[in-house]
Each structure stands twice: as C-alpha cells, then as structure tokens.
Design a protein around this ligand. Structure first.
Ligand code: HEM
Length: 183
C-alpha cells in the first residue's frame, strides 16, 4: 500500500536514507579507485579491503530498507512534466538498479574467489563455490557497473545543480530539510 504524499518534499526517513546512502556510495567509489594501488601484504591494504566489503554489505542492507520505504511511502507529487519527468524517473530507477547490482557483484566476486566476505569483523555467508574463472568475470562486471554508476551519479548531481542554479525551481529542496517559517 502506498500512502498519499502531498507534501512538497520527501519525508524525513526518505531524506535520511538518500543522504546516508549517497555518502556511503561516494565513499565506496573513492575507496574502489585506490584499493588496488595500496601496497600488498600491509595492514593498511587489508583494513581497506575489509572496510570496502563491510560498507558494501551495509549499502545493500540500507538499500533494502530504502526500497521498502519508497515502495510504501510515495515521493512528493511530481511537478516535472513531459520528457523531464520520464528522464528523472528512468535515471532514479537506473540508480537503484546499479546501487544494488554493484555491491552484489562485489560480494559474489569475493565469495567466488574463495575468501570470506568481511562484514564489520564477522564473515558474511558463503554462498558460492570457489571458481576462479567466475570470480574474474564478476570482477570485470563489478568494475564496469561501478563506472556506469559513477557516470549516472555525475548526471544526477549535474541535474540537481541545473535545477537549483539555472531553473531555480524546488527540485533540490525536495530532498533537503524544511527551512523554518522565515525561509
Ligand atoms: C551531491 C549529491 C546529490 C544531490 C545534490 C542529489 C539530489 C537529489 C534530489 C534533489 C533528488 C529528488 C529529485 C526529485 O524530487 O525528483 C534525488 C533523488 C534521488 N537520488 Fe540523489 N542526490 C545526490 C547524490 C545521490 C547519489 C550519490 C545517489 C546514488 C548513488 C543518489 C540517488 C538518488 C535516487 C535513487 C533518487 C530517487 C529517490 C526516489 O524518488 O525514490 N543521489 N537526489
């Protein structure tokens, strides 16, 4: 069931989840770019890999929550029309698909390599048999999907900036907290 939502902005839970997941995804992208460059067999490298895997699993969990919340709590009434509305909707759906697919491919890659997936000091469930060839394909998939996500995030942020700076409409405000009566 979806609740009516005539408010001018996303509700507090949707906003909190958007910005928390956005920060974690940006952290994961930055981390993913440096991981392979870190010196081998050092404590720093193993910490960085463990952190990247743990945060990846956290992102999957938060996304499950976010998608469940979104499915039961409507977004604010859409004031965009025509191709703008279609493009925004398509971009948001694609962002959700990639945000889920990238960490899932990463998890499967580590699992297929035969390693335990680090989850904040614990081992994640072992779901796949060790398979080097599969692990290689999953590594390529994880990387390609991550680059697609980077490109889409860049478009998404540019669109938000365009709405705020050029069109001067309320699209960005929909994802920000209310500013009080004086605003
Ligand atoms: C500076 C960074 C960001 C800004 C300024 C921003 C801004 C926004 C705004 C204004 C909306 C609401 C659009 C509308 O009302 O139609 C939105 C929605 C959304 N954003 Fe972002 N965003 C940022 C980063 C990210 C990142 C990194 C991701 C994911 C990787 C992301 C994923 C999404 C998704 C999936 C929605 C759709 C929400 C829904 O209706 O379910 N955003 N963002």
């Amino acid at each position: 069931m979806e609740f009516r939502n005539d408010a001018p902005r996303y509700d507090a839970v949707a906003r909190a989840l958007h910005w928390t997941v956005a920060a974690l995804v940006l952290l994961q992208i930055a981390g993913g770019l440096v991981l392979e460059e870190l010196p081998r067999r050092t404590a720093l490298r193993s910490f960085a890999f463990d952190a990247h895997e743990s945060v990846g699993v956290l992102v999957i969990a938060l996304l499950a929550l976010r998608i469940a919340w979104r499915a039961t709590h409507a977004a604010p009434v859409d004031r965009l029309a025509g191709w703008h509305a279609v493009a925004a909707r398509a971009a948001h759906v694609a962002l959700y698909v990639l945000m889920v697919a990238v960490p899932l491919a990463g998890y499967a890659m580590v699992d297929a390599k035969g390693y335990d997936v680090a989850v904040f000091g614990f081992a994640g469930p072992d779901l796949l048999a060790t398979d080097e060839a599969l692990a290689k394909r999953l590594a390529a998939l994880h990387e390609r999907l991550a680059w697609a996500l980077v490109a889409l995030v860049a478009v998404h942020v540019a669109a938000a900036a365009w709405h705020r700076i050029v069109l001067r409409d309320d699209v960005l405000a929909r994802m920000l907290p209310p500013r009080g009566h004086a605003a």
